[in-house]
Design a protein around this ligand. Structure first.
Ligand SMILES: C[S@@+](CC[C@H](N)C(=O)[O-])C[C@H]1O[C@@H](n2cnc3c(N)ncnc32)[C@H](O)[C@@H]1O
Length: 374
């Protein structure tokens, strides 16, 4: 599979779609909202551009994409200190993702979004700034915008996706694992680390060319608290259980062993120290803030039970649906789509029993970097 051409979250809005299974990512946006608001306010204060270009990288589609847009409009509108400049300010949003992203889904919901936004501000006696929304398809590991043209870059839960499966990670090096698992050789973990380093430095180089001096960037990604690359909390557990599901299908003769051995998910969860060190390689960027958050990792909606076996089952099902929405395009292109239902049924079962037996609650770690271009 060619990642930058074919990888995508599951399209549409049916039960397996990303739009219906992105509550964890929504929680990440809500958790990091104060940092985004602060960065937008500080960027307006320092630059007060008449026409502002704001980009969401790896925007995907669904309610989360427009939640970011709405948060920025609200922050700018409520930013009373610069009322005169802001009243004349216009915003150009660019929503970026890979070409296979369901951009139509976003544009089909824009009309309703605009109506609701207008109503929301009118009720509060506020006038939102004029804003325009466009898509920019392409990999964020390439140049996407003209030099010195972007005032604010945002990205949530996207930059941990690598540009490719680690270079030089060949067929049988990570036997029985789909990510860095307990039986992964250290050399393979190092290849993952090297690929992230290469990709993240490239990402920062591209953005530094595109962002205006004193422009701001807020990047949130799945990371890890531990220094140990083998321990990314609940993310590691999720991928271990996905590997276990595939090993079961190998044992049942449904999947060839070589197929499993040669499948690796192109994702990497860095630590705060790793991120700091990589940003330091780039002498045009200053870290204004970096924060680590732990989320309980439950992807259920609020109406579901919170205790007991029914809750464990609900967490198992919703985690399985969330993982499927994010990884189905990768799994289907490698193994074919006939194994999907069975694989994720197994995953639900394993994850439910993990939740039932969980003594110490594991968390999903996210890290938010607030950067300023010097
Ligand atoms: C988990 S989703 C997060 C989406 C959204 N920001 C949210 O919070 O719901 C990750 C997104 O990153 C996109 N992505 C991954 N690699 C990318 C790349 N190289 N360039 C642009 N987008 C990428 C994926 O296509 C996917 O839509």
């Amino acid at each position: 599979m060619k990642i930058d051409r074919d990888f995508h979250m599951m399209k549409g809005d049916d039960e397996f779609s990303y739009a219906e299974n992105s509550r964890i990512q929504r929680r990440a946006i809500l958790t990091t909202r104060p940092m985004v608001e602060k960065a937008v306010r500080e960027m307006c204060r320092d630059l007060h551009p008449q026409s502002m270009t704001i980009v969401d990288l790896g925007c995907s589609f669904g309610a989360n994409t427009l939640l970011f847009v709405s948060d920025v409009i609200t922050t700018i509108c409520e930013n009373g200190n610069n009322a005169i400049e802001e009243s004349a300010m216009e915003i150009q949003f660019f929503l970026n993702d890979l070409p296979s992203n369901d951009f139509n889904h976003i544009f089909q919901s824009l009309e309703q979004f605009e109506q609701l936004t207008k109503q929301h501000f009118t009720c509060r006696g506020l006038q939102p700034p004029p804003y325009y929304v466009a898509a920019m398809a392409g990999s964020f590991y390439t140049r996407l915008f003209p030099s010195n043209s972007v005032h604010f870059f945002h990205s949530s839960m996207s930059v941990m996706w690598l540009s490719q499966v680690p270079e030089n990670l060949d067929g049988s090096m990570n036997k029985g694992n789909v990510y860095i698992g307990a039986t992964t050789p250290p050399m393979v973990a190092k290849l993952y680390q090297d690929q992230f380093e290469k990709d993240f430095l490239q990402f920062l180089r591209m953005r530094c060319k595109e962002i205006v001096p004193r422009g701001r960037m807020v990047l949130t990604l799945v990371g890890r608290r531990s220094k140990d690359v083998f321990d990314a909390g609940r993310t590691t557990i999720g991928f271990e259980l996905l590997s276990q599901g595939l090993r079961t299908l190998v044992a049942e003769g449904r999947v060839e062993k070589e197929k499993l051995d040669s499948f690796n998910i192109p994702i990497y969860c860095p630590s705060v120290d790793e991120l700091k060190q990589l940003v330091c390689h780039n002498d045009l960027l200053d870290i204004s803030d970096i924060q680590l958050f732990e989320m309980d990792g439950n992807c259920m909606d609020d109406s579901e039970p919170v205790e007991g076996p029914a809750a464990a089952q609900a967490i198992g099902q919703s985690t399985s649906a969330a993982l499927r929405a994010a990884t189905e395009s990768l799994i289907a292109s490698h193994f074919g789509d006939s194994i999907l239902d069975e694989l994720f049924t197994l995953f639900t079962r394993y994850f439910t029993s993990y939740i039932e037996s969980e003594v110490e609650k594991s968390a999903i770690t996210i890290i938010t970097l607030y950067l300023q271009r010097l």
